[in-house]
Ligand binder design. Structure first.
Ligand SMILES: [Zn+2]
Ligand SMILES: [Zn+2]
Length: 223
């Protein structure tokens, strides 16, 4: 077994990435703990989050959407390699663990993932957020429910709707019918861009009773 980045032989084959490459990964320093965007005080919430509070509580990202992670995610999309999935999931778990050590964040009760759109599911055949979430749930020794949220099919053409109807349409894209009272949830996604999707999902989860939502992703695109 070799390092998936530099091809050096590995001592611990299940890790996928060697210590040197791990050290060289671009670190996300000085980011807001709630939105993971650049911010000078990583112990405080940024002005964006204070102005418009996201529905989730913590966002943990491994890195920016840049190489080598960008390349690895691309690779993951087209070749379903279990070693690569595990190596990337491990990076996410380590980022979560670091946050917990430093700021004492909760250990979640339940792990779930962002569902893939039906059409994308058929063409690609698997949900990579789900693949990444599975080993994380195992390492945390918590229940994993990849189908906590269902994505509704949007039958109507968005263009024929008024702005108000369109907003409602997006808000009702995800449904959750589980009772989550008092539960803390860890939501897994591969890439977080605008944060709209995870916000709508978090809103749904809180409506179902969830008290705390942590989101963990591999990459956070910097706006
Ligand atoms: Zn390496
Ligand atoms: Zn923020």
């Amino acid at each position: 077994m070799r390092c998936i980045l530099c091809n050096m032989p590995l001592f611990l084959s299940q890790h996928g990435i060697c210590c040197q490459c791990l050290k060289n990964l671009p670190a996300l320093n000085k980011v807001c703990p709630q939105c993971a965007l650049p911010h000078s005080w990583s112990t405080h919430i940024c002005y964006r989050c204070r102005e418009q509070k996201p529905c989730w509580d913590e966002l943990i990202a491994v890195a920016n959407y840049i190489d080598p992670l960008k390349k690895l995610i691309h690779h993951l999309k087209f070749y379903q390699k279990i070693e690569l999935t595990n190596a990337l999931a491990r990076l996410m778990f380590l980022a979560w663990y670091k946050r917990r050590e430093r700021y004492g964040i909760l250990k979640p009760d339940l792990i779930t993932c962002v569902p893939l759109h039906h059409i994308r599911y058929w063409s690609r055949g698997f949900n990579q957020a789900q693949q990444l979430a599975k080993p994380i749930a195992r390492w945390l020794a918590r229940d994993f429910n990849p189908y906590l949220l269902q994505r509704k099919q949007v039958a109507m053409d968005q263009k024929s709707l008024s702005l108000n109807e369109r907003t409602k349409n997006v808000a009702s894209l995800f449904i959750c019918e589980e009772n989550l009272s008092g539960k803390s949830i860890l939501l897994v996604d591969d890439i977080v861009t605008t944060g709209n999707t995870i916000n709508v999902i978090s809103q749904q989860l809180k409506k179902c009773g969830a008290v705390n939502i942590q989101v963990i992703c591999l990459c956070r695109t910097m706006l």
